[in-house]
Ligand binder design. Structure first.
Ligand code: ATP
Length: 193
């Protein structure tokens, strides 16, 4: 059976603070499962109330995503969220991508934790008109939601960005990091307590 000619692009928004092997692995799994042409990593702003001492500046988060994905021909990194004037909401980002890639079939990759939080996002219904959601189980199976196109995907990964920041702050070697990302963190002195 021949595949439909429509380009399949997944958007992967996240704080990537820092990007770790779990992020790259779920992107790779989504690509395989859905026969995606491209996964666009979109580092997003961190809302002011979440910025703690351990958060890395946007330019460093962007650079770390570039470093972690540099060998992947199907991955690209976009700074749209970081460079467009605030507020940067996911439905606006998806709208921009729909304009840039007319006729493409758009997906949005996330973990089940984000899927549960989606009703609290700004205008989730508008996002749902633009993208199909690809949801990884992470800490529980995603429940279907009326009006939202969602495909649950198998796979979780033990890495957690919060745990990585804690380990670095405690002076321990962090697991699950691309060596180039680990070197960047060290060189820039990120996540130190
Ligand atoms: P933290 O651990 O600090 O909460 P995070 O990695 O969950 O960070 P983001 O960088 O915003 O935060 O994650 C981007 C997306 O990747 C989210 O939808 C999240 O659910 C998903 N994700 C992150 N880590 C994993 C993992 N280990 N397994 C599956 N999904 C993950």
């Amino acid at each position: 059976m021949s595949r439909d000619p429509q380009r399949r692009i997944a958007l992967f928004g996240g704080t990537f603070d820092p990007i770790h092997e779990g992020h790259v692995e779920i992107a790779a799994r989504a690509r395989e499962a859905m026969d995606l042409d491209e996964v666009i990593f979109l580092p997003c702003r961190i809302s002011p109330h979440k910025i703690g001492v351990a958060s890395a500046p946007p330019d460093d988060r962007l650079e770390m995503v570039r470093l972690a994905t540099r060998g992947l021909p199907w991955a690209s990194v976009d700074d749209f969220d970081l460079t467009s004037p605030p507020p940067s909401y996911s439905y606006l980002t998806a709208g921009e991508m729909a304009r840039r890639f007319p006729g493409a079939r758009l997906f949005w990759i996330m973990g089940a934790d984000q899927w549960r939080a989606l009703p609290d996002w700004r205008e989730p219904e508008r996002l749902a008109e633009l993208v199909e959601f690809l949801v990884f189980s992470r800490d529980g199976s995603p429940q279907p939601r009326a009006g939202f196109r969602m495909t649950p995907l198998q796979g979780t990964h033990p890495a957690s960005a919060t745990a990585i920041r804690r380990e670095i702050a405690a002076g321990k070697p962090a697991e699950w990091l691309d060596p180039a990302v680990a070197a960047h963190i060290l060189q820039r002195g990120l996540y130190k307590a």
